[in-house]
Design a protein around this ligand. Structure first.
Ligand code: ZN
Length: 291
């Protein structure tokens, strides 16, 4: 074989061996999940930056350009963002495949506010009670997400199947550890303890660990003064001692309620990339405040 041909072969070999899958995801925890399984064979870009509200985020022109290099968009069925934006992102890159890592997820709706007579006007607003998209705050759902990511990666990159599988097994161990740690932390927290949060991002977490999430915000809006007064009365009855806010949202009404209750305000972001530590921290906050 001629030297020139050998060089070409080596070059080709290198390209196929080291070509990474360029993947785009909606929120930061997804990036962590995809990287856990894809390891060095994936290059993951997040569309909604940490600190931005994924329910109303609009991609920058630079991000639109980044999409032109992507092989796969792994959506998480965060419909408020993905429904309007995915078609536009797709238009930038017709070759980009769209896959869901939320396949076979369980579905829960946002808890409805308790209503008394003065809040019947809220009933209609809340009527189309929306589905909760924050599945990644539940280790149980993260297990399902991990399986979906594994299947997608193998489908697009069969030759690294064994590596993906062994990464997946390690990731499952981390998920199980997280779940165990949360259960241990919450072992003395009474069942159905109410946790007050600003943005209802922890519904799946609450479901998994027998807690009840009470959200101050509803469908993206700060409560009106009347509603706020009602919430303060309820929160007093429930003995709420801590209000969980998120850096992504205003904590104005949370602070008003906290002042009235002499409660603490603690910020936890459901978008943190270190999802495991973050959920364990949330459990610690709940455990230290609610019993
Ligand atoms: Zn959210």
């Amino acid at each position: 074989m001629k030297l020139k041909n050998i060089i070409i072969l080596v070059l080709l070999f290198n390209i196929t061996l080291f070509a990474k899958l360029n993947i785009i995801v909606t929120v930061a925890p997804q990036k962590s999940f995809v990287e856990k399984i894809g390891g060095k064979f994936v290059n993951v870009d997040v569309i909604v930056p940490i600190g931005a509200d994924p329910h109303s985020y609009e991609p920058t022109p630079l991000q639109m350009v980044a999409v032109t290099k992507a092989n796969i968009y792994m959506k998480i069925e965060l419909e408020e963002f993905e429904k309007p934006w995915l078609p536009k992102l797709s238009a930038q890159n017709r070759d980009m495949k769209i896959e869901s890592i939320a396949k076979n997820r369980t579905h829960i709706n946002f808890e409805q506010e308790k209503e008394d007579e003065e809040h019947t006007e809220h009933k209609d607003e809340h009527h189309h009670s929306a589905e909760d998209p924050h599945i990644w705050t539940s280790p149980k759902e993260v297990k399902n997400i991990a399986k979906n990511i594994l299947d997608i990666l193998i489908n697009y990159d069969k030759k690294n199947e064994n590596i993906y599988k062994s990464n997946y097994e390690n990731f499952l161990k981390e998920i199980e550890y997280t779940d165990k740690k949360i259960r241990e932390t919450l072992k003395d927290t009474p069942k159905n303890t109410k946790i007050m949060v600003f943005h209802p991002a922890f519904g799946y977490f609450a479901r998994d660990y027998d807690l009840m999430q009470i959200a101050i915000e509803f469908e993206g809006k700060e409560p009106k003064p009347k509603m706020l007064a009602y919430m303060i009365r309820e929160a007093k009855k429930d003995g709420i001692k801590t209000i969980i806010t998120e850096p992504e949202f205003s904590d104005k009404s949370a602070k008003v309620i906290a002042n009235e209750l002499k409660a603490k305000v603690e910020a936890i972001s459901p978008l943190a990339p270190n999802w495991s530590e973050n959920l364990i921290d949330l459990a610690k906050i709940i455990a230290s405040s609610y019993h």
